[in-house]
Structures are given as structure tokens and as C-alpha cells.
Design a protein around this ligand. Sequence first.
Ligand code: TXA
Ligand code: MG
Length: 339
Amino acid sequence: MNTKLLKDTPEDLQTAADLLRSGQLVAFPTETVYGLGADARLETSVKAIFEAKGRPADNPLIVHISDLSMLNDIVTEIPDLARKLAEAFWPGALTMIFPKADCIPLVTSGGLNTVGVRMPSHPMAQKLIQLSGCPIAAPSANRSGLPSPTTARHVMDDMNGRISAVLDGGQCEIGVESTVICFDDPETVHILRPGLYSVEDFQPFARHVYVDKAVYTQIAPDAKAASPGMKYKHYSPNAKILPVDAPDFNSFVNYVLSHQIENTYCLLFDSDPEIEGVPCLHYGDDGLHQAHDLFFRFRELDEKGAKLVYVRMPRENTRASLSVYNRLMRAAGFEVMKL
Ligand code: TXA
Ligand code: MG
């Protein structure tokens, strides 16, 4: 299959929409990461997403919509709290879990009777959904297990020859995937996967807000996870990622200099100085910049042939920093070098 690279033009967007309507797979930019889309209602097309990614069949897909009438079509119940959050955070980087309607097949929901729904804010994603008229099922457009793609080139690196087209919208603004939440009861927000939005952002709307323990710890592969995606090793480049929890920069440097193997790299904060004798990349100083850069740097490290990467731990565990912490820990298999 020859994968077309499409641009942000009316003709190319129409081509992408037509491909989706005819059951083909099209990758597209969102404000978080690139998604690999198919009509969420078409069983065969959705199956093709799982094949192209090499994704386990029990890991459900997020369905992307462009307006609230589409939500009514694909879910059977919308809690009041969800309506309030939709008003506050949509279009945007928030995915909410609802009981699914029959038009969403079980392949899409990974066998669950619920469906995750998100209204993305990226103009190309919105146009694609509107032009196609389809609710679009789209996981991140990486091969399963690799870091999510934040540029069209990353998608091509993973998917060239496997899918019909990639819409190029430049680099994604946020850089980590959406926040995924469900509702345990009418007043409780349960965060299954942190993203740009976290506990502090939902507190004004809900009496209880909490983060699933799978965000902080490794779940056994045979355990039942609230969000199936949380049990799989994820987001990791080929290089071994080792976060180093050091009291200060000097102790970080001392540790690295005495524990180098071939092709050792460091992933530092922007404000950290270079380390003589060790190649270093930088990934921002605060949660927002780190979220933006993390997956990009992971892929860059693989391109450079890094074998081992010592990473400075995010300084905080709130808001966007929680998502950075979570992706880093998952990439490291939850192993940390505590000094
Ligand atoms: O920002 C994003 O969310 C991107 C863009 C493309 O929208 N998509 C994305 O999809 O990250 P994916 O498939 O890579 O991650 C979806 C996560 C998985 O961890 C999955 O288990 C969880 O959402 N999820 C989806 N539907 C669910 C459901 N019905 N119940 C529980 N978890 C669900
Ligand atoms: Mg993913």
C-alpha cells in the first residue's frame, strides 16, 4: 500500500474524508498527538487499526466527534457532570467514558460496554470529522508500545505502507495524549490516564476527584485494569530509559559519569548545563514544555542510536507534570534510580 502524505488544503482534507468514508485508515493531527482513524462504526475498518498498530484487541479505542449531536448518537447516557465538563473542556484534550450505543461495535470498545469519547480542538481534526460525517475511532498513530507520534514524519516512520494516508498538520501542540476519565458515581471523577488536565482542573466541577493507582504503579498483565491501556508497557523508545531521582544536579552528574555504557545519553531540563563527555538532549523545565517535548525526544534518542538514557525526574507531580511523570515511568517500566 502506498501511504499518501496529505496537506492542510480543502482538496486534501476532502480526499482524507472520502478515504475514511470508504472504510480506509487515515492518520490525522490532533492537539495532543496524531491519531490513526477509521469510521468507529465499521467493524472491518476498526479491526484494520488494531492490525496496523499491532495492538492487543482488548485495548479500547477513543471515538472522536466534532459536535454534541454525534455524542447523542454513540452513547446511551450522558451524566450531568459530563455535560458540565464537556462545556468546560471540549473541544480539547479530555476523553470521557460513557455507556456505548449499539452503533459502536465491540471491536471499537475492546469488548467493553463503554466507549471513550473526545471532541478534539485541532482544526484539521474537526474538519476531517465534519467532512466525513463519521465518528472516528482513533488510537495514537504509533506502532503499539512505541512513543505516540507528535509529527507526521513520526507517523510515516511507523505506518508507511500500512495505512492509506497521513494528514500533515505540523507538530502537535500538547505532545502527550488526552486525559481519560470515567464517573464512578454522579459526583466522582476517576482519572484513568492523566494528560494536560488533572485533579486540580476537575475539582471545581466534582465533589470527588481521584487518580487511578495504575498511574503510579505497574499493573500485573493479568490484572483487571479500569483502563486496559494502563496494563501494557508503553511509550518506550528502544533505548532503555532510566529516570534518576537525584537531590541535585551535581549528584545526577556524578551518578551518570560513573555509570556509563556504550551510547549512554542524558535527557535533561532546559536549564541544566551540558555534561562533558556525555551527549545530552533537553526536554523543558516545566510540565507543559516537558509534555510537549517528551515523546519527540524519545524518538530522537532512538534515531541517534541511544542504548541507555538517564533522565532528570520531573520536579512536580501536578497538572501536566503528572502526565509527564506517568509517561516517563511507563517508558521506564516503573524502575527509578533513587540517589
Ligand atoms: O489524545 C489522545 O487521547 C489520543 C488522540 C489520538 O486522541 N488518542 C489516544 O488513544 O491516546 P490510545 O488508544 O492510544 O489511548 C486510549 C486510552 C487507552 O489507555 C485505553 O485503554 C483508554 O484510553 N480507553 C479507551 N476507551 C476506554 C474505555 N471504554 N474504558 C476505559 N479505558 C478506555
Ligand atoms: Mg496510544
